[in-house]
Write a protein of this length. Structure first.
Length: 293
């Protein structure tokens, strides 16, 4: 089966404060094994024999002032290795006018979209954004609308209780494709938590300009759990349809608890009840269309 990995990272430790500086609590738990360089050669070793033919790099939280340098480095890596095939970079949508930054990023032919993480949680360990309502900020909405001029998507990262605001953002930016990260980051596995997540996911699925990325499912449980993965895939595909779902490895984060073949096998198995056409969409077709690779 042909596969596109629509969410992975490579990095040099020295470029990332959270990897090179003092240890910082992270939602994926202790991360000493990945506090090091993870370069394209190792990623290619990890994916060897899995059927992965293309990949999309997603920004890895370099310092804000080095956002262009991150994309420039990935461009050099691609010129040397042929990977990745697309890049989702960073731009601060909270500035008065993001277009000068987008113009700089547009010089790099691999650019396909932007991610700025909006996820906020009552639990400080899970909190990234400064407040929970960035999706409602009119400046952010205006700047995200500018992505249409570049043909770029926006990788949207929110928790379940932020999804109503995310719906307003999607409605305010009808010409932008939003790629919901990690299928909405289910972190509360109680019956109530699952219900809130599914209700928010259904609201987002009603927006035709939102697609869901099936990735990061080990983030909060810190293991590769095939039953958990199968449940999340089934719920998400039921709401979005396979043609609006795409798969990503979230490597090397998931390397903390599994290997690449095991991770991919768990997702393929989790989608085992779907048709071949549906599986092709999830593992190849949707990512190829959305990220134009």
């Amino acid at each position: 089966m042909k596969v596109i990995d629509a969410h992975f990272h490579v990095w040099r430790q020295a470029d990332l404060p959270w990897l090179s500086g003092p240890m910082q609590p992270r939602i994926f738990g202790p991360y000493e094994p990945i506090r090091r360089d993870y370069l394209m050669a190792e990623y290619q070793e990890d994916i060897a024999g899995t059927g992965v033919e293309k990949s999309v790099y997603v920004q890895a939280n370099w310092p804000v002032e080095q956002a262009e340098a991150e994309v420039a480095w990935l461009t050099d890596v691609a010129a040397e290795t042929g990977w990745p095939h697309g890049v989702v970079g960073y731009a601060d949508m909270g500035v008065d006018d993001v277009r000068p930054m987008l113009d700089r990023l547009a010089r790099y032919k691999l650019m396909r979209g932007v991610r700025q993480q909006f996820h906020w949680h009552e639990n400080p360990l899970y909190r990234f954004a400064q407040h929970p309502d960035l999706c409602l900020d009119t400046t952010i909405q205006r700047n995200i609308r500018h992505l249409a001029d570049y043909g770029w998507s926006f990788d949207l990262q929110v928790f379940a209780r932020q999804m109503s605001g995310a719906c307003e953002l999607a409605d305010a930016c009808p010409d932008i494709t939003f790629v919901l990260q990690h299928a909405g980051m289910l972190e509360d596995l109680s019956d109530e938590g699952r219900s809130v997540w599914r209700a928010g996911l259904a609201e987002l699925a009603a927006r035709p300009n939102v697609v869901a990325k099936l990735s990061g499912f080990g983030t909060f449980i810190h293991r590769n759990d095939p039953a958990h993965i199968a449940w999340l895939i089934a719920q998400t595909v039921e709401l979005f349809g396979a043609e609006r779902c795409l798969w990503g490895s979230n490597f090397p984060i998931e390397k903390l608890w599994t290997n690449y073949p095991g991770l991919l096998d768990a997702h393929v198995s989790g989608a085992g009840g779907l048709s071949e056409t549906q599986k092709h969409s999830i593992f190849y077709g949707t990512a190829s269309r959305i990220y134009r690779i």
